[in-house]
Design a protein around this ligand. Structure first.
Ligand SMILES: Nc1nc2c(c(=O)[nH]1)N[C@H]1C(S)=C(S)[C@@H](COP(=O)(O)O)O[C@H]1N2
Ligand SMILES: [Mo]
Length: 252
């Protein structure tokens, strides 16, 4: 739709709509405006504002609604034939600046409210139980794609390191200086995984080698790639995009 505001455009008009929806309690669960417009298939244009979005929301089917507003719901899963090829690349830099990481010497650092701070090698991570998922990745910049990721269920990992699961957040620091964080309920969600593989192979460099957090219940920017360190904390850790005004919760 030409003339529509790009989701990455933080124009005053979009901000106004977002504030009005929040006041009316319509962005329940902290779902971001960007996420809502993507999921309703409706881009906001300057003229239409709230009414158009309300109309789009009323077209939501029950399944989508319950996924968005109920933290225990599962994100939809797909079949192998639905996988988007090639899967899009995205980062705050161009693809040729993807960090080069040596998997033989790489270690995942662990800190904060955990019993065991021993760093993790790739082979030790691979010795933990693995799970696979085919889910949709939704980027706030206006695209979505279906991919297959496999790795360690994050709650299994948190149990292994003796994380205090009453803590509020898990924060992530990445090799490319990206950072992000999620709430503990999302960290423990059954579909949140520490992904080691994309498709049948180890994560390619551009998709986050050697380790990426896959969170299908959140927007793409809450899926940190090239993870170098993670920490469990009660202090709000923020994130690269979150600190530039994107809604922190950004999902269900
Ligand atoms: N380390 C790191 N992780 C990141 C980003 C980034 O720039 N650096 N971008 C985020 C955003 S906005 C998106 S949409 C996805 C893109 O992942 P993909 O390249 O696998 O499609 O990575 C997320 N995680
Ligand atoms: Mo994104």
């Amino acid at each position: 739709m030409s003339g529509d505001i790009k989701l990455s455009d933080h124009s005053p008009a979009l901000r106004r709509v977002e504030r009005r929806l929040h006041r009316r309690g319509l962005l329940r669960g902290g779902l971001s405006l960007g996420g809502l417009t993507l999921l309703t298939g409706c881009n906001l244009s300057d003229g239409d504002t709230v009414d158009r979005l309300l109309w789009a929301m009323s077209r939501f089917n029950d399944k989508v609604q319950s996924w968005l507003f109920d933290p225990d719901q599962l994100a939809p899963t797909f079949a192998e034939k639905d996988i988007t090829t090639p899967f899009p690349f995205n980062a705050f830099y161009s693809e040729d600046s993807t960090p080069e990481i040596d998997g033989d010497t790489w270690k995942l650092e662990v800190s904060g409210l955990v019993d065991d701070r021993t760093p993790w090698t790739l082979s030790r991570l691979r010795s933990l139980p693995q799970e696979s998922q085919i889910t949709r990745h939704i980027c706030i910049e206006g695209w979505s794609a279906i991919g297959q990721w496999s790795g360690v269920p994050f709650r299994t990992f948190l149990q292994r390191i003796g994380a205090d699961t009453r803590a509020r957040y898990v924060g992530f620091r990445c090799a490319d200086r990206y950072y992000s964080s999620i709430d503990m309920a999302t960290a423990l969600h059954p579909q949140t995984i520490l992904a080691l593989d994309y498709g049948k192979d180890p994560l390619p460099a551009e998709y986050g080698f050697p380790l990426k957090l896959r969170v299908p219940t959140k927007l793409g920017f809450k899926n940190p790639k090239h993870i170098a360190a993670l920490f469990v904390t009660n202090d709000y850790p923020g994130g690269w995009w979150e600190d530039q005004g994107y809604n922190w919760f950004s999902g269900s």
